[in-house]
Design a protein around this ligand. Sequence first.
Ligand code: ADP
Ligand code: MG
Length: 634
Amino acid sequence: MAMHQFKAESKKLLDLMINSIYTNREIFLRELISNASDACDKLYFKSLTDTSINVKKEDLHIHIAADKENRTLTISDNGIGMTKDELEKNLGTIARSGSQDFKASNQNENIDIIGQFGVGFYSAFMVASKVTVVSRAEGSEEAWQWSSSGVEGYTLTEAEKPEVGTEITLVLKEDTETDKYSEYLDEYTISGLVKKYSDYIRYPITMYREKSRQKPKPEDAGDDYKPEYETYTELETLNSMVPIWKRDKKDVKPEEYNEFYKSKFMDYSDPLRVITSRTEGTATYTALLFVPGQTPYDYYTKEYEKGLALYASGVMIMEKCADLLPDYFSFIKGVVDSEDLSLNISRETLQKDGQVKLIRNSLEKKIKNELHAMLVNDREKYETFWKAFGRQIKFGVYGDYGMHKDLLSDLLMFYSAKEQKLITLDEYIEKMPEGQKAIYFAAGDEAARLGKLPNAQLVLSKGYDLLLCSEDVDEFCLQIMHDYKEKEFKNINSGDLGLETEEEKKAAEETATENKDLFEEIKKALNGKIKDVKVNPTLQDHPVSLSSEGGISMEMEKILRKMPAGGEGMESTKVLELNPNHAVFGALKAAHEAGDTDKINKYAELLYDQALLIEGLPLEDPVAYAQLVCDLMK
Ligand code: ADP
Ligand code: MG
């Protein structure tokens, strides 16, 4: 008999399965049942459009049989079946969606992979020394048998099968000291596993179970009659067939939700929050949603596909319906089941479907409220959530020209310079001392450096808190919001911070008038690099600082410059601020009085470059800067 080889990745995965020391082996049953259920779904779905197929939903089922003598466990279904080609293609290579992840994860014998990706059909090899699949595809007269004992390969032979469907037989591995594979032949264990992992499967999962009953009492039984018992077998349905999202939340154990989430959405950690929603009225639907506990590895890439599984009256019609989720909640996983949708709905009609829009709007509100409830009631979890997905929420505020800011702004968190932890905008406002009018923030790529900026020190010295914004999206997000509860956001580098006292202001104005000519000269020296020169009496130890005017800050300029389009022409309007109380200012004045234009030109360049360095902006001409410093030292 010809032996066929497995594809390279499949071989690796298979090898991993066979030699697995994974403690959660029992999931093999869940995987095989889930495949059987998918096969039933496929046949039923096909029958809706193909009139030549005559199946009713009630006819479809999954059957489990254990044979203790021969150590075999058989899982069969009367679903769509597989042709010879399909057996080869589906079982000879990892065809599953998770296979890409598997390849990408470069596994190095990592056992965790099993838990991570829910490896599907091959998990049978965790418990079986040999797996045989006999299948007959819908519409085909012939049946084929696929059989494999592991990595050496598999055989494909013609077989007999009277009915359409698939039958998978596992020969269980021999028991060892530590591993009792024979437990999977135990009816009680099997029934427990079905309850645990596959209860919601919508097709009956049946098994013959041996039972015992009292024989009827004979008419002529005397006083000393002792009841007699007999055994019989009965076909039992092991699962309740009620999808988990249709059950009452109070009847579902948290572990059941977690199990469902992990197996359905291929995550290996529990969700942070489970959201259930059931509505009637304009949009009738049941939803079971999850906030994942960690960022999917491809989340912030183009590869990530958002969406919820969509069911119409209990039948899955789409695995990932993107139209049900706005982008800012794209991390949400889950299921939506609605009776208002037609089974024959297509991707195209779905987009225009009014019902889908209603569901989406209602879910959006629900998700928002649940996230906010998490923020209020379970801060630690919320911060975990925020670290995983906060960036997405900020993009949500910024996106669509700020259209969603009212919905999302009370979910925002930023790092507080004063408290050295994440705080919300409401918390910032609550702690504002009397007299503080604005919400101050500093933007740049390192939070630690931001707190040391001259203006940051100034804000903090007034007893005001400062939000340290170190993500590229932060400033765009705050700018589009403009204010929060009527408190304007103020970038500490935006010039007019309104922090000087009346006297300081007046003195600054006087100094500016006195030195009008000097300032003109500096402006000329810097030849278009700055829009203006100003006096800033609040700079303390710093001789100079840069601020910006208008819509684009210096930090934004930095980010825009990194963008593929280059951000050409997207430059900030800079103002050079001088500290009138600093010795450097005296030196400038002296040079001006002496009429030393050359010196003023050099000083202006130097001060401008220094200010750029403090802001973390690149010097236009580092060599010239170095030259200037040397000249001065000579
Ligand atoms: P997945 O279910 O994620 O696609 P699996 O490894 O579990 O991955 O299964 C691989 C493929 O084998 C399935 O996609 C399906 O096409 C096929 N398959 C497995 N079991 C059955 C079955 N009982 N009936 C029909 N097809 C099946
Ligand atoms: Mg599967």
